[in-house]
Design a binder for this molecule. Structure first.
Ligand SMILES: Cc1ncc(C[n+]2csc(CCOP(=O)(O)OP(=O)(O)O)c2C)c(N)n1
Ligand SMILES: [Mg+2]
Length: 562
């Protein structure tokens, strides 16, 4: 046990969880915490330009590092500005610890300055939302928050600390390791569940693994590859989870779902047993209907959380456990049961789908329009990006072409807004990613609309020396929404068009590097030099304003789809 100031207790409790960066904007409610960082340089306060940016940065850092990440903001608007980013972390199962300093305890329920019921406002987008109303409970309640964020399905938590709980208070705290207050061991599957899964898998003729983000959180990516190699099972990935499987694996077909690969969709329709590992089978992976998953397909679903087991499709076997423990147990049990490799016929079918996809993407290198089509931009990026590159995609049409067109080699290198479709996500998420892995090249991909939603964080990047690169495909429109008006409202455009400054010059005004590229042959060189520039950089590429993908979410699309 030792005595320390309350602000120091907050920092120490975060440091135990390897938190090295705290994101936010300075506010008078929590200066006791910030003051600790004047002397303690092991934690850096990344002071941003809008709290939404802080939340996306923390989310990006948590997704890339696998560790909890923290935001520290002030009461009222400081905390409400976080909400969209915290919602993104919630949808992304990302362990962000959001902390807001609040009005003094005696001012609650008086409509005081910057007083809002933040605990209620944050509750629906967090796993836990609490107020700490006595200094002595800071250690206990921080541990509750960290346990909640890091256990089972991970996710954000919110802590409201009234300013007088921090000001000049002393806390007596024991600073034990995480193992003293939260489980570090994975939950194992029941032997009966494994036996049932084995009997379903043994009857399959065309098994297919659908690999989701839970595999990466469980660190089970290698096990997926081993199972696939042992038994010849092909793999596809869930929406936005392309990095869960090395994309050059000969049995990987592609990403399923919205803007995904048609070949992965074909493989899914052909499968008779789907082994779903760490995926919710959510909206943009499946659309909840039978366009990919056929009614006769039997599903074995593995998830850490019972909430999503059998939630959107009936399952033959539901296994609530860690993906790693389950795949290891399954592999051993299948070996004991003498499970044969899947047929040559199925593997050849998969090989043909891979060949078709490859040829389709290679052909896009010949798209030579001016302005460029986004498809051509991705063809050039595939050749230019080193395999360890981390890519953050924004929402929007031009970024969406990337779901089927980017190549991933290792886990925790693909960050997307997932089913929240949050514009403004990519640039700040990329900054968080770069802080987590400073040695890795990091690229954010934006449309012009989404880029300007958090462009102010370029200044944060310059000031803190966070050298991520942002590529903006500019069609001077909210293109993805304009596409709906084009396809379903006879091109009657309302609220769809935008005007923009030159983004390369805007970047330079911020003190970042700026590049403007019109010719496809220059893309590779510019991307390489921006990634190596040792400074934050923005690359603007004007793109064809009439190139829209068919809108994806509408039921009206069904009839038009291959
Ligand atoms: C915060 C937020 N506001 C609005 C939307 C709706 N929306 C989705 S895509 C899109 C257009 C994006 O435009 P841009 O970033 O320029 O990319 P483009 O589609 O033109 O490639 C809009 C407005 C959203 N997803 N998120
Ligand atoms: Mg646009």
């Amino acid at each position: 046990m030792s005595d320390m100031r309350a602000g120091q207790a907050v920092i120490e409790l975060l440091k135990i969880e390897q938190v090295r960066h705290v994101f936010g904007i300075v506010g008078s409610t929590f200066l006791d915490v910030l003051d600790v960082l004047y002397d303690d340089k092991s934690v850096e306060y990344i002071n941003v330009r809008h709290e939404q940016g802080a939340a996306f940065m923390a989310d990006g850092l948590a997704r890339v590092s696998g560790l909890p990440a923290a935001c520290l903001v002030t009461a009222g608007p400081g905390a409400t500005n976080l909400i969209t980013g915290i919602a993104a972390a919630y949808v992304g199962h990302s362990p962000v610890v959001a902390i807001a300093g609040g009005p003094p305890l005696g001012h609650y329920n008086k409509d005081a300055f910057q007083e809002l019921d933040l605990v209620a406002m944050l509750a629906p987008v967090t796993k836990l939302s609490i107020r700490i109303d006595s200094p002595q409970r800071i250690p206990e309640l921080f541990r509750l928050a960290l346990r909640t964020a890091m256990t089972g399905r991970k996710g954000p938590v919110f802590i409201d600390i009234p300013r007088d709980v921090l000001n000049d208070q002393t806390v007596t705290a024991e600073l034990g390791e995480p193992s003293s207050y939260r489980p570090l061991y994975a939950s194992q599957p029941s032997p009966e569940a494994i036996a049932d899964a084995v009997s379903v898998l043994r009857t399959s003729r065309r098994p297919l693994m659908l690999v989701g983000g839970g595999v990466t959180w469980a660190g089970a990516n290698d096990l997926v590859r081993q199972l696939s190699a042992d038994f010849g099972w092909p793999t596809i990935t869930a929406y936005g989870r392309n990095d869960a499987v090395p994309n050059d694996d000969p049995l990987y077909v592609g990403p399923l779902g919205r803007a995904g690969s048609p070949e992965a969709a074909t493989a899914c329709r052909r499968a008779d047993v789907l082994l779903v590992v760490g995926s919710r089978l959510g909206n943009f992976t499946t659309f909840y209907d039978d366009r990919y998953i056929q009614p006769a397909t039997r599903i074995v679903q593995i998830d850490i959380d019972s909430r999503d087991l059998g939630r959107t499709y009936p399952v033959a076997v539901a296994i609530q456990a860690d993906a790693g423990g389950t795949l290891a147990a399954l592999r051993a049990a299948l070996g004991r049961a003498g499970m044969a490799r899947t047929s040559d016929e199925w593997r050849h079918e998969i090989g043909d789908l891979r060949t078709t996809r490859h040829a389709r993407l290679v052909a896009e290198r010949n798209l030579a329009s001016s302005p460029l089509k986004p498809q051509r931009v991705y063809a050039e990026l595939r050749g230019a990006l080193p395999p360890e590159t981390i890519v953050a995609l924004d929402a929007g049409a031009a970024p969406a072409y990337g779901y089927d067109r980017l190549h991933f080699s290792r886990p925790r290198t693909f960050l997307t807004p997932l089913d929240l479709g949050t514009l403004g996500f990519a640039l700040p998420a990329a900054l968080g990613a770069k802080l987590a892995r400073p040695e890795a090249p990091v690229l954010a991909i934006h449309g012009d609309g989404g880029f300007l939603m958090n462009v102010q964080e370029l200044e944060t990047a310059v000031r803190h020396g966070i050298n991520a690169v942002t590529l903006v495909m500019n069609n001077n429109a909210w293109g993805s929404e304009k596409a709906y008006q084009k396809h379903f409202y006879n091109e009657r455009y309302v609220g769809a068009d935008l005007g923009n400054p030159r983004f390369d010059r805007l970047a330079e005004l911020f003190g970042a590097r700026g590049y403007y590229v019109e010719h496809p042959d220059q893309i590779g060189d510019v991307v390489r030099s921006a990634l190596g520039a040792g400074a934050p950089a923005v690359i603007e590429i004007p793109i064809d304003p009439n190139e829209f993908p068919a809108p994806a979410t509408s039921a009206r699309r069904r009839g038009k789809e291959a």
